[in-house]
Design a protein around this ligand. Structure first.
Ligand SMILES: [Zn+2]
Length: 106
């Protein structure tokens, strides 16, 4: 199974994306994630906005319009990941745990 290469502690999404083959694009990702990315690295969906990920495919017009859920979500061109993940509940849980530990140590 592919793992997310972002070292920042987070709950990795099962959906991962390969880093861009284009060097310019990859540099943007490296800057955004503040890490060196190898070609084989994967970045999980948690680092992207929902709007950056295309998980459905639409076709047809009007009444004939239909939508198919993609088995493998695609990343929109030019999407840049960020280290700060959209779900910040993890950080809050982490903060609570620390508080508990502190109490226990006293
Ligand atoms: Zn991740």
């Amino acid at each position: 199974m592919a793992n997310c290469c972002v070292k920042y502690p987070h709950e990795a999404s099962k959906t991962t994306f390969g880093v861009p083959k284009n060097i310019e694009e990859r540099n943007k990702w490296e800057n955004a994630l503040k890490t060196d990315l190898k070609k084989s690295y994967r970045v999980c969906a948690s680092h992207f906005k929902d709007s950056d990920i295309k998980s459905t495919w639409e076709s047809g017009e009007g009444e004939n319009k239909y939508r198919i859920c993609l088995k493998v979500p695609k990343l929109l061109d030019g999407a840049i990941p960020s280290v700060i993940i959209k779900k910040d509940e993890n950080c809050q849980i982490e903060a609570k745990r620390r508080k508990v530990n502190k109490v226990l140590n006293n």
